[in-house]
Design a protein around this ligand. Structure first.
Ligand SMILES: Cc1ncc(COP(=O)(O)O)c(C=O)c1O
Length: 475
């Protein structure tokens, strides 16, 4: 499906007048049609570059979980690999080898029982990895049902209503009933008891999120696994877990080594993470790993005889850039375990420090403290008076900071929050400057007569923490 043509009100419908600036000939360039002739590269570059100046500053984007800073050496390697297509494993065998090394490094990091039996692949991000993880769950469930001569036409997937939008997409695209556990009181993510209550013999799996998109909190994966063990002991229903560790799977191994959330729990069948989040690579890479070959049905794997080699692939895309995978390997080599721990600890220190300082400003209450993934959500206290989270978001935007404001899903739609994502490159200094700006905008907001903006005027993009279309299941 193509995106609709933008409405052509105002200037947008006009051709682009490129006056004799840049000391060159005047030009006219159509905006929405392929130009008839050529431009010289310098002019074309300048025109594109100038338009992009109006984008927000990526480093000040506190909405995104995705890397906005990388070392020059990583960028140089990406540049050198710009022409490499990840699918051409036969032509670029060393790139393919680096991909496999990354899979094995992650398998060890996530405590696979036998890392040599772990299977996995790179993806474009956690969304694609979630589709693959969900598909494997669905296929395994179907095979079990068919082998037992039972109907296999009504699969469901149990998850918290706080899952990222990619899980709603998975359910929609692959025709699985999504069963969302709503939030309740101060529980802003999936609870073990509530998950089990929604499971039945048609449940293909439970998704547990390590680092909720809504507030940064870890879901209690070990408790969910124990509750599912109990369910199996009572009823015989055996429900595997997929851990969506988009952010947390690259935080917990370094900062919370005692926390059992990964392949140490036998019930965890598969895990995804975003290499481009706390894996510290620029946008375009994720990872999906399965405990062993049994967890990834072979009929999902395509064996392509391509350019003379046998190439097993499990991916939604065919062609895909190889540069990000190379950059992931670079980051693993360059930082090692200690380097990752240092970077993630700094992010956590900045997040917890900033959350604490915001909590002490007066009008805000923090819902999370940045102590799981370095992400926290805060709201405006009811007695704070004349402004909303949407006012705060809009005011911060005037200073260049992009901080999303959004409402929580069922049953806490009464709760509107702001969220800050601390990433590598957002250090103590920038956090201090952010706090100065927040104090400054507060002085103005406190003096306004009443709330200015509501949810309908929210400007910040919540990076997948949007309400689900399907109503949450009641438990
Ligand atoms: C928990 C969670 N899962 C999945 C995703 C989607 O990840 P990606 O942007 O890598 O596709 C996100 C993105 O923020 C997320 O927070």
């Amino acid at each position: 499906m193509a995106l609709k043509h933008p409405r052509t009100a105002g200037h947008a419908g006009r051709d682009l007048e490129v006056n004799p600036i840049f000391s060159r000939e005047p030009l006219t360039i159509p905006r929405y049609a392929l130009p008839a002739g050529e431009l010289d590269p310098g002019t074309a570059y300048q025109v594109v570059h100038d338009e992009l100046m109006l984008d927000g500053n990526a480093r000040l984007n506190l909405a995104t979980f995705v890397s906005t800073w990388a070392e020059p050496e990583a960028l140089r390697l990406m540049d050198e690999c710009a022409a490499k297509n990840m699918i051409d494993k036969d032509e670029y065998p060393r790139t393919a080898e680096l991909e496999m090394r990354c899979v094995h490094m992650l398998a060890r990091l996530w405590h696979a029982e036998d890392p040599r039996r772990t299977v996995g692949c790179s993806t474009t991000g956690s969304s694609e990895a979630a589709m693959l993880g969900g598909l494997a769950l669905k296929r395994r469930w179907r095979a079990r049902r068919e082998a037992a001569g039972l109907p296999a036409d009504r699969p469901n997937l149990v998850m918290g209503v706080n899952v990222q939008i990619c899980w709603e997409k998975f359910a929609n695209y692959f025709e699985v009933e999504p069963r969302y556990v709503p939030m309740e009181g101060g529980r802003f993510h999936l609870g073990a008891r509530e998950a089990v209550e929604l499971c039945d013999e048609n449940t293909i799996g439970v998704v547990a999120v390590l680092g909720s998109t809504f507030d940064g909190s870890y879901e209690p994966v070990a408790e969910i696994a124990a509750a599912l063990d109990d369910l199996q002991a009572r009823t015989g229903i055996d429900v595997p877990i997929h851990v969506d560790g988009a952010s947390g799977a690259m935080i917990a191994p370094f900062l919370d080594p005692g926390l059992e959330w990964d392949f140490r729990l036998p019930r965890v069948a598969s895990i995804n993470t975003s290499g481009h989040k706390y894996g510290l690579v620029m946008p375009g890479v994720g990872w999906a790993l399965w405990r062993d070959e049994d967890a990834l049905p072979d009929d999902l794997v395509f064996h392509v005889n391509y350019l003379g080699g046998d190439m097993p692939t499990f991916a939604l895309n065919f062609s895909r850039p190889g540069a990000q995978v190379v950059a992931q390997y670079y980051a693993f080599l360059r930082l090692g375990f200690d380097g990752y721990r240092r970077v993630q600890q700094t992010c956590r220190d900045v997040a917890t420090g900033l959350a604490d300082a915001i909590g002490r400003l007066g009008p805000f209450e923090t819902l999370t403290d940045g102590g799981d993934i370095p992400v926290f959500a805060f709201r405006v206290r009811e007695d704070a008076g004349g402004f909303t989270v949407y006012d705060v978001s809009a005011a911060l935007r005037e200073c260049g900071w992009l901080v999303p404001a959004y409402t929580f899903p069922e049953n806490r739609t009464d709760l509107a929050v702001l969220r800050v994502v601390v990433r590598n490159g957002f250090g103590h200094d920038l956090a201090d400057l952010f706090l100065d700006d927040l104090r400054r905008v507060l002085r103005r907001l406190r003096s306004q007569k009443g709330p200015g903006r509501d949810a309908s005027e929210a400007t910040g993009f919540a990076h997948g923490a949007e309400p689900k279309k399907t109503r949450a299941a009641k438990v």
